[in-house]
Write a protein that binds this ligand. Structure first.
Ligand code: PHB
Length: 392
C-alpha cells in the first residue's frame, strides 16, 4: 500500500508531537485499583485508596518522569466475576501497567488467571488467604497472610496458660486458613480445640455462635472475622451475653480490633489481645510520616487509618520502586524480578518480599487494647521478627 501525502503529513505531525512532548506529559503509568468501594465492605476500598493517595502525596505524583494515575473499579463486595471482568477491561481497554487493591479473597482469586495470561503485575493490598499468591507468578502481596498472624496468636495463648479454645471463623478462605493454622499450632503445643464454628461471609448473625461458645465454657475463643462491621457485631454480642464475666477470653487476629472501627467498638474492647502486623499506634518515624501524609491527602471524615491503609501505601511503594528499576513501560517478568527480594521500612516496621512465595515477610506484634492519650489503641507489647507465611 502506498501512503498518500496526507497520511504522511499526519504521521509526521504525530511523530513530531510525540518527540516534542515533555517527559511528564507522556502517557501516565496507569494503576487499576479493583476493590470494594460500596456495600458492607466499602471501607476496604476507601482505606486502600486513602493509603495510596497518602504515598502519592508524600512522594509526588510522578515517578521516572511519568505521572501516576489510579483507575478505581468498585466490585461492591465479594463478586469474583465482576472483579475478573474489571481486570480484563482495565488491561485491554485502559492499558493499565499494574493491578492493585483487592480487599476480599474471592475477588483476588478470580483475577489470577487474567494476570497470568496478560503478564501484568498484580499487587494485593489486603486479601489474605495464603494460597492466593500461588495462583499466578505475577501476583505479589504487601498485606499479610492469615496463617502468618494466626500462628503467633496460638503461641501466645499457649505461653499464657490457655489450654482450651473454641474457634469461630468466617466461612471462606481466610477464615478457614485461620482455623487451620491456629488449630495446628495450638495442638502442636499441647492445646485442645473444644469446638469449631464457621459463620457466613454475608450478613452473619452471631447470636447462636456466641451462645454455643458460652455453653462450652472454653478458656478462650479464637476469632477471625473480616475487618469492620462484623467485628463490631461480634464484640457487642460477646459483651451482651456476658462471656467475659463467664471467664472466657477473646483472642483474635488483629482484624477484629481494626484501628478504623476501634473507637466505634468502645470500651468493651479494653484488654483484648490480638496478633497482627500493623497498629496505628506503632511508634516509628515511618508510621508518623505515613499518618501525616494520610491526613493531608484525605478528608478528615475518613477517620483512623488501619492495616489496609498501610498496605495501600506500601502497594504504591512497590509500584514506584518497580518503575524506578525497570522504567515506565512495564514488562511483567522484569517487574516481578524487581519485586522479589525487595526490602523497605514500612509504617509497620521492616518488611521484605520473599522471592520464593512473593509474600511479605514481616514482624508480627502481640497487642493489647488500651487507652493511649484518651483514645483506644492497639498497643504493641511483644513481637516476633521476620515472620514468613507458615501456610505454604
Ligand atoms: C480477605 O477476604 O482475604 C480478608 C478480608 C478482610 C480481612 C482479612 C482478609 O480483615
Amino acid at each position: 500500500m502506498q501512503m498518500s501525502k496526507r497520511m504522511i503529513a499526519a504521521l509526521t505531525v504525530a511523530v513530531v508531537a510525540l518527540v516534542a512532548l515533555p517527559v511528564a506529559a507522556q502517557e501516565p503509568i496507569k494503576v487499576g485499583v479493583i476493590a470494594e468501594f460500596s456495600g458492607p465492605f466499602a471501607d476496604y476500598g476507601a482505606q486502600i485508596e486513602a493509603g495510596m493517595k497518602a504515598y502519592i502525596k508524600q512522594h509526588g505524583d510522578t515517578v521516572g518522569g511519568r505521572k501516576i494515575e489510579l483507575i478505581t473499579r468498585d466490585t461492591k463486595g465479594p463478586a469474583p466475576e465482576v472483579a475478573k471482568r474489571f481486570a480484563q477491561e482495565l488491561i485491554t481497554r485502559d492499558k493499565v501497567q499494574f493491578l492493585a487493591g483487592f480487599g476480599l479473597t474471592p475477588n483476588a482469586m478470580a483475577v489470577a488467571p487474567v494476570v497470568s495470561e496478560a503478564k501484568v503485575p498484580m499487587i494485593i493490598s489486603n486479601a489474605a488467604t495464603s494460597a492466593i499468591t500461588t495462583r499466578s507468578p505475577y501476583i505479589t502481596r504487601v498485606s499479610m497472610t492469615i496463617p502468618q498472624v494466626s500462628a503467633p496468636m496460638a503461641e501466645w495463648a499457649l505461653r499464657n496458660g490457655i489450654k482450651q479454645v473454641y474457634t469461630v471463623v468466617a466461612d471462606y478462605g481466610p477464615g478457614i486458613d485461620a482455623e487451620t493454622q491456629f488449630t495446628k499450632t495450638f495442638k502442636a503445643g499441647g492445646g485442645e480445640i473444644v469446638g469449631t464454628l464457621r459463620t457466613p461471609l454475608q450478613n452473619p448473625d452471631f447470636s447462636a455462635a456466641i451462645q454455643r461458645v458460652k455453653d462450652a465454657k472454653p478458656q478462650a475463643v479464637f476469632v477471625f472475622l473480616p475487618a469492620g462491621e462484623q467485628g463490631i457485631a461480634f464484640v457487642k454480642g460477646f459483651n451482651e451475653r456476658g462471656l467475659a464475666e463467664a471467664g472466657i477470653k477473646l483472642i483474635a487476629t488483629g482484624d477484629i480490633t481494626d484501628d478504623h472501627v476501634l473507637a466505634a467498638m468502645g470500651d468493651p474492647t479494653l484488654g483484648m489481645i490480638t496478633a497482627f502486623h500493623y497498629s496505628a499506634a506503632h511508634d516509628s518515624p515511618e508510621n508518623a510520616a505515613f499518618q501525616k501524609a494520610y491526613a493531608e491527602a484525605n478528608e478528615a471524615k475518613l477517620g483512623s487509618p488501619n492495616f489496609m491503609t498501610a498496605a495501600g501505601y506500601d502497594t504504591m511503594h512497590v509500584i514506584y520502586e518497580v518503575v524506578k528499576k525497570v522504567g515506565g513501560d512495564i514488562d511483567g517478568d522484569k517487574a516481578m524480578a524487581a519485586i522479589k527480594g525487595m526490602k523497605w521500612t514500612s509504617p509497620r516496621g521492616p518488611v521484605s518480599i520473599d522471592p520464593e512465595t512473593r509474600d511479605i515477610t514481616q514482624t508480627i506484634y502481640i497487642r493489647k487494647v488500651e487507652k493511649k492519650n484518651g483514645k483506644l489503641a492497639n498497643v504493641e507489647f511483644d513481637k516476633i521478627a521476620d515472620v514468613k507465611d507458615p501456610g505454604k
